[in-house]
Write a protein that binds this ligand. Structure first.
Ligand code: HEC
Ligand code: HEC
Ligand code: HEC
Ligand code: HEC
Ligand code: HEC
Length: 471
């Protein structure tokens, strides 16, 4: 991503730009009131580094005094931990920041990461911010005030923190009749739309690759077409009150924001079905198993978002009546880039990671982590300017080689040709298909010293089928 000033170049050129640079914020508002109405569009200033202070934003705990349940929900979600949780902290301070200080092309990420993960520090110009241990206000992450004082975006289809923000007494919402002594409220179509989410959930790398496109995936899907928004699945509604002194309503928006970090959101998000022609098998005979995977619940691809490091894989195994089991290898389809979608314990990758950390003799780590060989992986690999697979999304020059994820309402078909072992035990053999998800390949997690929950496999779904062994 470019620095905001680079990107703002166009927007702020001409009289308005010089005007803005010269004046303090207050004067800018006065000025735009008096003459700006004609010169400038009727919007707040675009998010720019260092134009505001921490004190312009109230603390979430303050909002939580009245909005108690919403505060609890937000506090448990990743929005409140977007700067402090271990992988974000490590990736910024151990990889992105040192890289930004040595490679000019990616210098913008020094501030860029923070614009989405710790927006208060970015807006206050506290770059690089202090690490989480220091306890500064960057730790508030994506706070109440960020989402509720964003007024729009300078992009039609937002990306790269292109939000416009105007902190103060007015909170953007959706009601029209919300009354509070503490603040004013204004109805904002932007706040209610997927575009609010897009400002941070879509991202282009400094090399021009789309390294996050959850909004764009959603927009092109049936959900986007029908207007089923991000909020409808990630902030679902139920009867209640949003504040102690607020109105009883039928449809309070809950601030859940659950994704794959919460097993309950991930579990069951893809259906699995197994078929074979003949349920009776003889030792040494050849069996063809068909498996269907249907994404009927996710409003975008699965995985989505940080796809440089997400993996979804289908582990298929056969277990006989004595408990002996073997893994089944997926049949190849022959599409370009398929090698990245079938696990291979000999494949190494992520060389840039060790280079940035200046690890002596580092040649990369296992590309697929510790998963069995021959397993189908639903993923979208990212490649650095040297053509090596990378988890450094800011260092991604290309990610269009192969995209083998499961799209919204899409079904993927896989087949397995398996020869029943001669020594299979009498009775039955059970074929089990288990779909797992991991946030980061285990090899990367171990190398970076992440807590194990950050990379352990999470079961999305499983299904099985029993075959009778005939002798
Ligand atoms: C003194 C109590 C109080 C505090 C503190 C407070 N609010 Fe509110 N807020 C309310 C009440 C009451 C409502 C109206 C609820 C209703 O009518 O359903 C409300 C409504 C809202 C709405 C809905 C607006 C709409 O039109 O949909 C938003 C957004 C909001 N508050 C954000 C915040 C934020 C952000 C903070 C912290 C900076 C905050 N509030 C602090 C009492 C408070
Ligand atoms: C139809 C319901 C639905 C809609 C609409 C939807 N999502 Fe999701 N989303 C899900 C489910 C279910 C998951 C959990 C599965 C997963 O991780 O992909 C998820 C996961 C995610 C993730 C984590 C992706 C990953 O693999 O790391 C993000 C980020 C996300 N959603 C953001 C959004 C945004 C932004 C929008 C709107 C542009 C949106 N979602 C629209 C259902 C939905
Ligand atoms: C990631 C963005 C985001 C964050 C962070 C966020 N909100 Fe919201 N909030 C929204 C959106 C979007 C809506 C409107 C939902 C809709 O249109 O379905 C909303 C709605 C509300 C409402 C009105 C609820 C109703 O249905 O009447 C209140 C009150 C509110 N938020 C307060 C807060 C408080 C307090 C915090 C922090 C503890 C917070 N919000 C954090 C995006 C956010
Ligand atoms: C100011 C930037 C910003 C905005 C606006 C924003 N998000 Fe996020 N969101 C983030 C960041 C940063 C993370 C990653 C947090 C992490 O992993 O530490 C995230 C993570 C998520 C996740 C993944 C949670 C998980 O379990 O992995 C979901 C779902 C999500 N956001 C939904 C939304 C929705 C829905 C909206 C719009 C209503 C929205 N976000 C608006 C910055 C933002
Ligand atoms: C345009 C906004 C944006 C920018 C810029 C951005 N991120 Fe993120 N980041 C997000 C969002 C949104 C998510 C959550 C997506 C998901 O859950 O799949 C995320 C997820 C992550 C995760 C995964 C967290 C987990 O638990 O798996 C890490 C690590 C991360 N970002 C680090 C960084 C670093 C380092 C930079 C700078 C090089 C950066 N991000 C730049 C928005 C951004």
């Amino acid at each position: 991503m470019g620095t905001p000033n680079e990107r703002n170049g166009l927007v702020l050129q001409g009289g308005a730009g010089l005007f803005l640079c010269a004046m303090k914020r207050l004067v800018f508002f006065l000025g735009s009131f008096l003459i700006g109405c004609i010169v400038l569009p009727l919007s707040s200033p675009a998010a720019e580094m260092g134009k505001l202070t921490y004190d312009d934003f109230k603390k979430p705990s303050k909002c939580g005094m009245c909005h108690r349940e919403i505060y609890q929900e937000w506090n448990q979600s990743l929005m409140s931990r977007s700067f402090t949780h271990s992988w974000d902290d490590k990736e910024y301070f151990k990889l992105a920041l040192p890289h930004a200080l040595t490679l000019k092309k990616v210098a913008g990420v020094k501030a860029g990461c923070v614009a989405c993960h710790g927006p208060l520090a970015f807006l206050a110009g506290d770059i690089p911010p202090k690490p989480p241990e220091a306890g500064t206000r960057v730790n508030e992450g994506v706070s109440c005030e960020i989402c509720h004082t964003i007024t729009g975006s300078r992009e039609k289809d937002p990306f790269n923190f292109s939000y416009e923000i105007n902190p103060g007494r007015v909170k953007m919402g959706s009601r029209g009749d919300a009354e509070s002594r503490f603040h004013k409220s204004r109805v904002s179509l932007f706040t209610q739309s997927a575009k609010l989410c897009a400002t941070c959930h879509d991202e282009q790398s400094p090399y021009g690759a789309w390294v996050k496109e959850t909004y764009r995936e959603w927009k092109a899907s049936i959900y986007g077409e029908k207007g089923i928004r991000c909020q409808d699945c990630h902030m679902y509604r139920a009867p209640g009150k949003s504040a102690g002194s607020g109105k009883q309503r039928d449809d309070i928006a809950h601030h859940v924001f659950h994704g794959p970090h919460f097993r309950s959101k991930l579990t069951g998000s893809v259906d699995i079905a197994l078929y074979t022609k003949n349920r009776e098998v003889a030792p040494g005979s050849r069996v063809k198993i068909r498996i269907q995977l249907f994404n009927g619940k996710v409003g975008h691809y699965i995985p989505s978002g940080s796809t440089e490091e997400r993996m979804l894989w289908l582990h298929v195994k056969a277990t006989d009546s004595k408990g002996h089991s073997c893994d089944l290898a997926v049949d190849k389809k022959g599409f370009a880039g398929e090698e990245y979608t079938i696990s291979d314990s000999k494949a190494v990758a992520y060389q840039a990671m060790g280079e940035i950390m200046q690890v002596k003799g580092y040649r990369g780590v296992s590309r697929d982590g510790n998963i069995a060989d021959g397993v189908r992986i639903f993923r979208r690999p990212f490649f650095d300017p040297e053509g090596r697979m990378t988890i450094c999304q800011w260092y991604t020059a290309d990610n269009t080689k192969v995209d083998y994820r499961i799209g919204p309402q899409e079904t993927r078909l896989e087949s397995y040709s398996w020869t029943v072992p001669e020594n299979v035990a009498a009775g039955s053999v059970t074929i089990t298909a288990a779909l797992y998800y991991s946030l980061v390949p285990s090899s990367v997690g171990e190398f970076m010293g992440l807590p194990s929950y950050a990379y352990e496999p999470r079961l999305v779904n499983s299904s099985s089928m029993v075959l009778r062994v005939t002798k």
